[in-house]
Design a protein around this ligand. Structure first.
Ligand SMILES: [Zn+2]
Length: 147
């Protein structure tokens, strides 16, 4: 690793990111964020348990009744991986970059890119906030920046 390359701290995610598909509950997850400007997760209408990734039934009570609910958009770094070698050339100029697993204040863990911090400065439990990367009327990607 070249120390001079580990300086990415801009607030602009790569424009050439691969976008997720728009079908099913996964598509609804990205569309909710795109259309409201707020990260939404499923929440059970019977026992109020939050869940992610999206699924049909509540793992806590088995209910099929749920709704998309807005999150506070805050959490803490649970774990991460740093990519130093791009398998897709579209990402080669963004190396190294970190992908985080963040435990939201609501409980579920969500995956997203790191913004505004060099990957070598990551630490467990670092407080972060959600930054949505609006790409279309049906897709907003989830990123995280330090509080
Ligand atoms: Zn439930």
């Amino acid at each position: 690793m070249t120390a001079g390359r580990e300086t990415r701290s801009d607030t602009t995610p790569p424009a050439d990111r691969i976008l997720p598909g728009g079908d099913g509950l996964g598509g609804e997850f990205y569309a909710q964020a795109a259309q409201t400007g707020v990260l939404h997760l499923q929440r059970c209408d019977d026992c109020a348990t939050w869940r992610h990734p999206p699924r049909v039934l509540c793992a806590a009570c088995g209910s099929s009744r749920w709704s998309w609910q807005p999150t506070a958009g805050r959490g803490r770094v649970f774990t991460w991986t740093i990519t130093h070698r791009a398998t897709d050339p579209a990402f080669s100029e963004h190396l190294p970059y970190a992908i985080l697993v963040v435990e939201l204040d609501e409980g579920p863990r969500v995956v997203g890119n790191l913004l505004n911090l060099v990957p070598s400065e990551l630490r467990l439990d670092l407080p972060v906030r959600v930054v949505l990367d609006h790409r279309s009327d049906t897709v907003a990607l989830v990123d995280f920046a330090p509080e």
